[in-house]
Every structure is written in C-alpha cells, then in structure tokens.
Design a protein around this ligand. Structure first.
Ligand code: IMP
Ligand code: MG
Length: 178
C-alpha cells in the first residue's frame, strides 16, 4: 500500500522482535496461576494474538469493548463499555492488553471496573505509549514502544476504522484532524 499520508514509524519486523521479548518477559513474570489476557477491542486484537503466541505458558483470552474516541483523533473524555467479558476474573492474574495509552482515560476507567471483580492481580501491557499526552495516571507494566505525540495507524490502530491491517505502524500526516 502506498499512501502519501503514511510514514513508517515502526516496521513489522521491529514489532515482531519486540513482541517476542515481551512474551518471554511476561511468561517469566507469571510462572504459575491462571493468566487472563483481556484484549481491548478493536485496536489491540493484532497485538494480543501475536503476544499470546509469544508466551511460553497457557493463557485465557477474553475481549472487552470500550469506546472513548469518536471518528476523529481527539478523545471525547467519555468512556463506555460496549462489550463485556465472558469469563470470571475472580482469583485470576489479569493482563489488560491495549494497543496504545494516550490520555490514559480509557485504562484509568477500566482498572476501576476490573478491580471490582476480585482478580488476584491486574497489570497492563500496551504496544505503544504516548507519555506526553497523559491526563490520568496509569502504570503500564509492559510497553512495546514509547512514541512521540503523533497520530499513528496500522497493526490494529485505526483512523475512522481505516488502516488497521497495515503491517507497519505509520504516522498519519495531514488529513482531517478531529
Ligand atoms: P486514551 O484513553 O486517551 O489513553 O486512549 C486510548 C485509545 O485511543 C486507544 O485504545 C486508541 O483506540 C485511541 N488512540 C489514541 N492514540 C491513537 C493514535 O495515535 N492512533 C490511533 N488510535 C489512537
Ligand atoms: Mg481506536
């Protein structure tokens, strides 16, 4: 795909290598117990499926739908659960798998929601982190890449539902700013 608005920031190969490292690290950090990977729809699906396969232990996989962003590039600040989990988290080690932490509003909210369900522990794995944009404090235990304050697409990340299936993570220049 050649699109003049796209500039590669992180190549597919770099993503692959980093996810393999994260998978090994997480496997070592959780030597036993039930580990639930909670994938935040839809952006994190690509990351979660690759991360799960990079892990050297059994995992449970579940999905949660959350909406914060509209069709543009800026958050509305409003968080809503659009699809809830299927599996109970009681007594489990929970790893929230997210594509990107931006303002932190989504994960800050989600942590509060999931803590009510009595898991043994909760941590966050995010492929990307934009620390400059943080509005709410969130501790991310596993970060794939820290990136500057630029709008990125690909490898699950979208702009108005487009570009999710790009292999690389790309900066989207210009276009309609939201
Ligand atoms: P937060 O609540 O502001 O941390 O927003 C997190 C969500 O915003 C992510 O799960 C993404 O869906 C979306 N998001 C934030 N930054 C970007 C970006 O650069 N590209 C695509 N989606 C983004
Ligand atoms: Mg999104």
């Amino acid at each position: 795909m050649t699109d003049p608005k796209l500039r590669v920031l992180i190549s597919a190969e770099k993503i692959r290598t980093r996810i393999r490292e994260l998978g090994e690290q997480i496997s070592q950090d959780y030597p036993q117990g039930n580990l639930h990977l909670i994938c935040i729809l839809k952006g994190a699906t690509f990351f979660m499926t690759d991360l799960a396969r990079a892990m050297k232990r059994d995992v449970f996989v579940d999905f949660m739908g959350i909406s914060t962003y509209g069709k543009g590039k800026t958050t509305s600040g409003e968080v809503k659960v659009t699809k809830d989990l299927d599996i109970s988290l009681e007594g489990a080690d929970v790893l929230i798998v997210e594509d990107i932490v931006d303002s932190g509003v989504t994960l800050n909210y989600l942590l509060h929601v999931l803590e009510q369900r009595k898991p043994r522990s909760i941590r966050i794995a995010a492929l990307l982190d934009k620390p400059e944009r943080r509005m709410r404090p969130v501790h991310v235990s596993y970060v794939g890449f820290r990136i500057p304050d630029e709008f990125v697409v690909g490898y699950g990340l979208d702009y108005a539902e487009k570009y999710r299936n790009l292999d690389d993570i790309c900066v989207l220049d210009g276009g309609a700013a939201g």
